[in-house]
Design a protein around this ligand. Structure first.
Ligand SMILES: Cc1cc2nc3c(=O)[nH]c(=O)nc-3n(C[C@H](O)[C@H](O)[C@H](O)COP(=O)(O)O)c2cc1C
Length: 207
């Protein structure tokens, strides 16, 4: 892997320290680094191992400028050395179950799993499938944000954009969902201190 392991933070430390960073220094991020980052984000689990996430790395300045406009002018979209658009494509995922059903399963079991998966999705509307894929892709988004923090990058996940405009700019089909745009780079600010609900507000035990 091209990444420098010595600077990695643990997952626990990354969860403790991560905040949104919207300003970055000018150090560029190579395609190799982005590929390694996305490879790690793609280690996320998903139901049936369907892995509907598809990442698009943006380097072309003209495309960036258009995306910034579609993201209501958010400066980090235009300025970040790294920019990923996270999409979820259930049609592509369901058309390629051969690649996602575990290869170590015996062939007859693989066929049964594929049938079960296809059956589950046949019972859903397209909107339900899209929502399902989006939920799974958000697991990869969480991985991505922690991986970036662990590797020393600052990141800014965004939902503040017009999805129809982003689809148009990237020539994405109508069924493709866009769970987030993520800008990242080496931090040039410390961001707001982390502010979260205390654990007692989000956890209860049932005896
Ligand atoms: C899915 C998602 C979408 C977000 N969209 C935006 C956005 O469009 N613009 C922005 O500046 N911040 C955006 N944020 C950042 C949140 O406001 C931020 O994560 C939250 O306030 C907690 O702050 P922290 O990340 O600094 O800890 C988004 C965060 C997430 C997870």
């Amino acid at each position: 892997m091209a990444l420098v392991e010595a600077r990695e933070k643990t997952v626990v430390d990354s969860a403790r320290t991560r905040v949104s960073i919207r300003k970055y220094d000018s150090r560029p991020i190579s395609r190799e680094e982005i590929t390694s980052i996305v490879e790690l984000a793609g280690k996320a689990p998903s139901a049936f191992n369907v892995q509907p996430w598809r990442f698009i790395g943006i380097s072309d300045p003209a495309t960036r400028a258009k995306l910034q406009e579609a993201a209501f002018g958010q400066p980090q979209v235009g300025e970040a050395p790294g920019l990923l658009v996270l999409t979820s494509d259930m049609k592509a995922a369901l058309a390629d179950l051969d690649s996602t059903v575990h290869p170590d399963m015996p062939q007859d079991r693989r066929e049964k799993v594929k049938e079960t998966v296809r059956g589950s999705f046949a019972a859903m509307t397209e909107d339900e499938q899209r929502a399902w894929g989006r939920n799974q892709s958000n697991i990869a988004l969480g991985y991505l944000l922690l991986v970036l923090e662990s590797l020393g990058y600052g990141s800014s996940p965004m939902l503040g954009f017009d999805p129809a405009a982003v689809r148009d700019i990237l020539a994405l089909e109508e069924h493709v969902e866009i769970p987030a745009i993520v800008a990242f780079g080496y931090p040039a600010e410390s961001g707001f201190p982390q502010h979260r609900l205390p654990v007692e507000r989000v956890l209860r035990f049932v005896a």
